[in-house]
Design a protein around this ligand. Structure first.
Ligand code: NAP
Ligand code: GDD
Length: 324
């Protein structure tokens, strides 16, 4: 029997790389949308040893015709739309680009699917940032949204477009409302990786301090490797739907720092400096997800604790910084 074929936008990102590995391990042919850059964006695929197993197609989420060609070339039965300008902080500096890529990019991808193969199953990378100024202490699929950044607003547009294409055209389009998930492949601009990289540099004598913004913010952090399985599970269901994917535990940035520094025998209070430069114009103070529906319907549960995750990231950064 012919292998199933999947198309991933954002294949060079953290989740894209883990998802590509996950699908390759299941025997899929994996195609990835590759937005050309002047810098090396393939390091994550290399890290996982799959650079040569993913077929990269030159395209961009803002370019509908190139997405149509990706659908034609890949003959994908499953489409995972993970591409985005995903850094919340930058979305105030580049609100229009964020809207075009993270918002309109979703409808471009939905249109490409609709035009080439309406029966392909579609996954949209929605986010807990849509809850923003939280309306309930624990957020579930029925919690009202209140985004707090241009990124959150763009994602909300993409989320409702996905729901709308499902309801209007009968497409198998699902939206995963994922809470923060991290790994050694996390971009350095996000707070967990910024911290674990700094811990390694400070421990190895290459950095003196770590400048952070609001360390009282709370997040529900899980491991990206666990979360890509939830994406795949959503597309294996008979009926498309929306699911919150989270651990159900929330922790402050401060406590995450404590865990990371203490792993190498240091006290975070000796190194962390608060720098208002990293405060955001509007903050999401706390996020806490209720993954009960995913557990019940998908049989999915987070299997990595925050402590295990942070130790994994610190160890990977210690090894990487030592090699430099
Ligand atoms: P990431 O590491 O920042 O990856 C983003 C990906 O999008 C990269 O491959 C990037 O390509 C690509 N991209 C950027 N602009 C593009 C464009 N114009 N056309 C096509 N591709 C473009 O993000 P991630 O952490 O893997 O997250 C994956 C998705 O889940 C994103 O949509 C994110 O918003 C969403 N999400 C993430 C989390 C989380 O905690 N990680 C939680 C909820 C939702 P380059 O490498 O070439 O820049
Ligand atoms: N990045 C960063 N840098 N964040 C900091 C810093 C700092 O120096 N200091 C404090 N923080 C706080 C932020 O203000 C925020 O409250 C929290 O740490 C987490 O910030 P990020 O790691 O940048 O992640 P995020 O929660 O804003 O967004 C991530 O998760 C979303 C899901 O909730 C991204 O992956 C989004 O793409 C994703 O949708």
């Amino acid at each position: 029997m012919k292998n199933k074929s999947a198309l991933i936008t954002g294949v060079t990102g953290q989740d894209g790389a883990y998802l590509a590995k996950h699908l390759l391990d299941k025997g899929y042919s994996v195609f990835g949308v590759h937005a050309r850059r002047s810098t090396d964006t393939l390091w994550r695929l290399r890290y996982l040893g799959i650079e040569d197993q993913v077929t990269l197609l030159s395209s961009d989420l803002t370019d509908l015709s190139s997405l149509v060609r990706c659908m034609e070339t890949s003959q994908a039965q499953e489409v995972y739309n993970l591409g985005a300008q995903s850094f919340v902080g930058s979305s105030w500096d580049q609100p229009i680009l964020t809207s075009n890529v993270t918002g309109t990019g979703v409808v471009n991808m939905l249109e490409a699917v609709r035009m080439v193969n309406k029966d392909a199953r579609f996954y949209q990378a929605s986010t807990s940032e849509m809850f923003g100024l939280i309306q309930e202490p624990m957020q579930s699929e029925s919690t009202p949204f209140y985004p707090r950044s241009p990124y959150g607003v763009a994602k909300l547009f993409g989320h409702w477009m996905t729901v709308n294409y499902r309801e209007s055209f009968g497409m198998h389009a699902s939206s995963g409302i994922l809470f923060n998930h991290e790994s050694p492949l996390r971009g350095i601009e996000f707070v967990t990786r910024k911290v674990t990289d700094a811990v390694a540099r400070i421990k190895l004598g290459k950095q003196k301090e770590l400048r952070l913004g609001n360390i009282d913010a709370k997040r529900d952090w899980g491991f990206a490797g666990d979360y890509v399985d939830a994406m795949w599970l959503m597309l294996q269901q008979d009926v498309a739907d929306d699911y919150v994917i989270a651990t159900g535990v929330t922790t402050t940035v401060r406590d995450m720092c404590r865990i990371a520094f203490s792993h190498v025998g240091l006290n975070y209070e000796d190194y962390v400096v608060i720098d208002p430069k990293f405060y955001r114009p509007a903050e999401v103070d706390v996020l806490l997800g209720n993954p009960a529906k995913a557990q019940k319907q998908l049989g999915w549960k987070a299997s990595t604790s925050l402590e295990q995750l942070i130790l994994m990231m610190v160890d990977a950064d210690m090894a990487r910084v030592a090699r430099e």
